[in-house]
Design a protein around this ligand. Sequence first.
Ligand code: TRP
Ligand code: ZN
Length: 882
Amino acid sequence: MSSTALKTIYLKEYTQPPFVIDRVKLHFELGEEQTVVTTTMTMRRDGGGDGALRLDGRHLQLLLVKLDGRVLMAKQYEVDEESLTIPMVPDSFVLEIQTLIKPQENTSLDGLYKSSGNFCTQCEAQGFRKITYYLDRPDVMTLFTTTIVADKAKYPVLLSNGNLVAQSELGDGRHSATWQDPFKKPCYLFALVAGQLEFVEDSFTTMSGRQVALRIYVERHNLDKCDHAMQSLKRAMRWDEQVYGREYDLDIYMIVAVDDFNMGAMENKGLNVFNSKYVLARPDTATDADFIGIESVIAHEYFHNWSGNRVTCRDWFQLSLKEGFTVFRDQEFTSDLFSRAVKRIDDVNRLRSYQFAEDGGPMSHPVRPESYVEINNFYTLTVYEKGAEVVRMISHLVGAAGFRKGSDLYFERHDGQAVTTEDFVQAMEDANGIDLTQFKRWYGQSGTPRLDCSSAYDAAAQRLTLTIRQSCPPTPGQATKLPFHIPVEIGLLAPDGADCPLQLAGEAAAMGTSRVLECKDEVQSFQFINIAHPPVPSLLRQFSAPVKLNYPYSSEELAFLMAHDSDPFNRWNANQQLALLLLHGLIEQKINGGTFDLQALGNGYSLYSEAFGQILAEQGGDLNLKAMAMALPTENYIAETLAVVDPIAIHEARWLLRGALSRDHEALLCENYENHLEQGRYNVKPESVGRRAVKNTALGLLASHDGSGIIELCYSQFNSADNMTDVMMALRCLTDIQCDERQQALAQFYDKWQGEPLIVDKWLALQAMSRLPTTLADIKTLMNHPAFNIKNPNKVRALISSFVNGNAYRFHSAEGYTFLADQIVILDRLNPQVAARLAAPLIQWRRYDEARQLLMCAELKRILALPTLSSDVREVVSKGLA
Ligand code: TRP
Ligand code: ZN
């Protein structure tokens, strides 16, 4: 799209496809200058009608159209920017179409493109229409047969979905391969890969005893970095059998790693294409977080084989049907294999730090959106992460066994179909005999609900009344909302810290010590009886709903919950809330023109500091949880809790609090550092990851005040560590300190790893996240460094996204805003999907003070005034200004 008009697509305008495709045969002649695609479709009219056949297609050069073997003349069809229309077709027919494309010039990384000299595809959501004219919509499912012809020396490996059914040498240096996929699928799951790749192979025996070949294709020099991905895949396959009863359905499962990729990975049937970031790992090249990320993305794509491929989406408004459900599945997988509490904290951190901002901003949309301009703009935290929270709430309401009954029914009822989120909920209702009518508002209403809670204790009646009032702020297109059905898990802590048995008024006896309260009305009260002493309520245990909860806790009550709550998530959350009280106080001091004064905040600091000391002194237990308890709220989450965001005050307040804790607990921090040094060979079991997390969190805290020897300690860890986790933490600390060792370590690191793109990304990201005042100038210099390449999304994310999303302190300035807008403009020509994502921080302008608002809006207006702009960026920026 070039100029101004944006076409909005509406859910309410959905109609069934007027044609069916029974089979499609694709023939690719891959070349250096041009690629010719011949598509042969066996089609039939569906549901009567005699309308024209309109096929989607973008940037295609049409070479030939044949209807039932006869070449059509130009006047027998119409072609425009977006489509090919044949006004007159019979009720059933064979259509052959030949198109010419230039994958080598495709920088959007959508459709057929080249990465490191190899051909690969990305068809979700609408990339297939950049390959050939087609009914490019997920409810058109068909059987694919794909033949690939290419030069054998340059492209020895030729892959597509399904099973390899034929191979031949063409005698002229070219060869060909034909793949057949026995499962019907929508075209967004189509994939083709051709190139110089090698593979590691393993096998998996399914629960019914079938052998499946597992292959991971990479460039030769990466063959030694695939082991973790392969083990992860096998664990995911076993877990899906054990937990969901789902078995893999083809004889081969292939994963291909590519360096140029817009997102994390893609679940193409039998042939996943992955960003190499989510495949390649060796202890010396990848951090613990990388290892865990790989395991979860491998699992996510594998799980899509059922939640997405066997049962797919009717239309793109239903995206969360597959994404919300699959994220929930991968979260549960990681919880089972790693640590449930730690995984929950990680996920809630992401939700509160980023999804809440999206939900409260100008692009706010429901989990199932009602309209979109560019579907690529709706692969969001809301559709993925909030969508997973919605599925999690259902599982909370029906319990694990009920959820399994529901998912069994869903897969059985809809196997081979393209369905809606309604169908998913219906299966859960039918399998459990419950009514989720009100609950479904979670799919249609946007915005983060707010819960205002209060409690009243009646000593004479030994009764606690808990009152919960829900509300939801207005969001674009939704001025008012109806009440949500919210599961609120709670407990009550007696003065000795034990959980009280819970008995609601009217119940014959107490049942359990943790309960899910179902809130359905605007205001609801719950009366707990036989409560002998005034309790402290523990609310929203496990973060049982994606809401903002308010309760007037005192610092003492939060410290009490931190020490005693039996729910590990809420123990951690009480810690965060106590820290937030302090941070709010500090930020206020700063904004009121004063200087920071912790002592002026009453006993808050001494309470927090004492609790912090107890955490440090704790022995045993889950070390990953301990490391999380040692971390202050993220800057983004702090911002989320403020009416007007002052990123400088937030950073400085947080830094001051870190420094104070670090000084006051120096000895204990050193002890924690020493006591958790590496033991034996590196591995990524939770226990070892936890040791490193505690050690490195201690190091980070020590480095936040200029205690003696800290630079030497970091530099020595940097030089002696045998694993990337320890190297990165040491380098991260140094990157925040202006010293010779900083320059030295950065230079050494680049020197050693310049041949490894994923490690160069880490090097770029660290420098972009530095709190030093030279950061933006350094980034501008790095943009011209041979290590940077604006066409590669990983590089853009490392240098630009890390800065604008992860370094508010240095980004929020006139120069920062101009820099970002400049990059969006450059990227818009190359890769609109990546460009549009970069605009996220700018469209949040309403959250800042007036001076910043003006500066940010000016940059948005500058972008919008450009004569040509992709629909991706135009949608985000124009909604951002609306
Ligand atoms: N379906 C993919 C996933 O979540 C998402 C994805 C991969 C994607 N590449 C994309 C979405 C490109 C839009 C554009 O697993
Ligand atoms: Zn997905």
